[in-house]
Design a protein around this ligand. Structure first.
Ligand code: CAP
Ligand code: MG
Length: 415
C-alpha cells in the first residue's frame, strides 16, 4: 500500500455498504490530536493501517476501514467484510476492540455499539433455544423464570448445596444456579455436585409436578469444559453455565459447538464484564458484550436489574430489547436479572423489564428469615402477585412467606 496515510482512513462523505460492519465508538482525542486525526487512526489501526508509510508492491485487497461519521465524541467506522474471518469472534474483536483501546492518539475510547451485517452475523450459530427455554424446558407460561444461587457463594459442602437446591426447587424456584466462582473445588467437587443436585432435582420435580433444572458451572479451560458438558448431558441436565468473559469467546464458541451436539442450553454469567463496561468513556459496552454473546450462541445472559439491584448497570432495558430483536432470524436471548434482588423489588423490576426475563435471587431467597424454602415461596408469590396485578402488600395477607420478606426488606435496593 505505497503512500497510504492515516488521512486516507477518513471520509465523512462515505456511505457504508450493507455488507460492512459498522461500529460506533466514543472517542476522546489525545490533547495534541484533533478529532478527525484521532478518528482516522482508530479506523486505520483497527483495520490494515499503521503509523509508518509502507512500501508494499502488488495489489492488496482494500481492507481499510473508513471513519465515516463524527458527531461530537461519537465516531462511526465501517469495516469491509473481507477484513474478518467468518465465525471467528476472537479475530473480529482483535480488530474492533484490540490495539485501538490503548492508542496514544486517544485519551479515552469505548466501543459502544455494533451494527452486524448479515454475512458476518450468520457465520455464527446464535442461541440454540433463546427465550423459548421458558416453555421448552419449563412450563412458565408468560411469567419470568426464577433462579437462585446457594449462598455463601462458595464453601458449602456438596450435601448442603444439593439440600439448598431441593428446598429452593420445592419452594417454587425453576433453576438452581452455581455461583460464578464455584467450579470444581475440594469442598464441593463438580461431579459429586452435579450428581447429587440432579438427584434432588428429580425428587423436587416428583413432589411439585413442575420441571426443574440446574445451571451447573462448567467454567474451566476449553477441553475440561467439553468433558464437563458431556457429563452434564449424561446426567440428564438441560443446561451448562459458563463465565463467558473469564473463559473467553473462543472457548465459548467451542462449548457452543458441543452443546449443539448434546442439546444443552447455555447460561452465560458475565463476571469481569465491569472491567470493560463500567467506565462510561473507555472500554467495551455491555451492549456490545451482549451482542457478541448472542452471536456466539448463549441462551441466557445477565444484563442487570435496570438499576434496582446492588451492582452498577447500564441500559438493561435497551440491551434486552436488542437481545429480543430480529437478527437475520437468529434466536433471541433470555436476559437474566440478578444482583441484590428480593421479592419486594419484583413488581418494579417487571414493570421496567417486562416478563420475558429470568429473575435470580441468591441473598434474596436464602436470607429470608424462615430460610430457603420460605424465601423461594416468597419470590414466586411476588411474581404471581405481579402477574395478577395485585399489590404485594395485599397479596401478602394470604401469603405469609411474602409478608415476612416484605417485613425484612420492604422495597429497598441493597448495596
Ligand atoms: C447475585 C450473584 C450474581 C450477580 C452477578 C452474586 O447474588 O450471584 O453473580 O447477580 O451480577 O454473586 O452477586 P445475589 P450480574 O442475588 O445474592 O445478589 O447479574 O449483574 O452480572
Ligand atoms: Mg454470583
Amino acid at each position: 500500500m505505497p503512500g497510504i496515510k492515516y488521512e486516507d482512513f477518513l471520509d465523512l462523505d462515505y456511505d457504508p455498504a450493507d455488507s460492512e460492519l459498522v461500529c460506533w465508538f466514543h472517542v476522546e482525542p489525545a490533547a495534541d490530536m484533533d478529532m478527525e486525526s484521532a478518528a482516522s487512526r482508530v479506523a486505520s489501526e483497527s483495520s490494515n493501517g499503521t503509523w509508518a508509510e509502507l512500501q508494499v508492491e502488488g495489489s492488496v485487497t482494500d481492507l481499510s476501514a473508513t471513519a465515516f461519521e463524527i458527531d461530537g465524541n461519537t465516531v462511526g467506522v465501517a469495516y469491509p467484510d473481507e477484513l474478518f474471518e467468518d465465525g471467528n469472534m476472537a479475530q473480529v474483536l482483535s480488530c474492533i476492540a484490540g490495539n485501538i483501546l490503548g492508542m496514544k492518539a486517544v485519551e479515552r475510547i469505548r466501543l459502544n455499539d455494533c451494527e452486524w451485517p448479515e454475512k458476518l452475523a450468520t457465520s455464527f450459530p446464535g442461541p440454540q433455544f433463546g427465550t423459548d427455554v421458558r416453555n421448552e424446558i419449563f412450563d412458565a407460561g408468560d411469567r419470568p423464570i426464577t433462579a437462585t444461587v446457594p449462598k455463601p457463594k462458595v464453601g458449602l459442602s456438596t450435601d448442603q448445596h444439593a439440600q439448598i437446591g431441593y428446598e429452593a426447587w420445592t419452594g417454587g424456584i425453576d433453576l438452581l444456579k452455581d455461583d460464578e466462582n464455584l467450579t470444581d473445588q475440594t469442598f464441593n467437587p463438580f461431579e459429586d455436585r452435579l450428581a447429587e443436585s440432579l438427584a434432588r432435582r428429580d425428587q423436587a420435580e416428583e413432589e411439585t409436578g413442575e420441571p426443574k433444572s440446574y445451571l451447573v458451572n462448567i467454567t474451566a479451560d476449553a477441553n475440561t469444559m467439553l468433558d464437563r458438558a458431556d457429563a452434564v448431558a449424561e446426567q440428564g441436565c438441560e443446561y451448562v453455565m459458563v463465565d463467558v468473559v473469564t473463559t473467553g469467546w473462543a472457548a465459548v464458541q467451542t462449548v457452543r459447538e458441543r452443546c449443539e451436539e448434546l442439546g444443552l442450553a447455555i447460561h452465560a454469567h458475565r463476571a469481569m464484564h465491569a472491567a470493560f463496561d463500567r467506565v462510561p468513556n473507555h472500554g467495551v459496552s455491555m451492549r456490545t458484550i451482549a451482542q457478541v454473546a448472542r452471536l456466539c450462541g448463549v441462551d441466557h445472559i445477565h444484563t442487570g436489574t435496570a438499576d434496582l439491584g446492588k451492582l452498577e448497570n447500564e441500559d438493561t432495558v435497551g440491551i434486552n430489547e436488542w437481545l429480543y430483536s430480529d437478527l437475520y432470524g437468529m434466536n433471541d436471548v433470555l436476559p437474566m436479572a440478578s444482583g441484590g434482588l428480593h421479592p419486594g423489588l419484583v413488581p418494579e423490576l417487571m414493570d421496567r423489564c417486562g416478563n420475558n426475563i429470568g429473575i435470580q435471587a441468591g441473598g434474596g431467597v436464602h436470607g429470608h428469615p424462615d430460610g430457603t424454602h420460605a424465601g423461594a415461596k416468597a419470590l414466586r408469590q411476588a411474581i404471581d402477585a405481579t402477574m395478577e396485578g395485585v399489590p404485594l402488600t395485599e397479596y401478602a395477607d394470604d401469603n405469609p412467606e411474602l409478608a415476612t420478606a416484605l417485613d425484612k426488606w420492604g422495597t429497598d435496593t441493597p448495596r
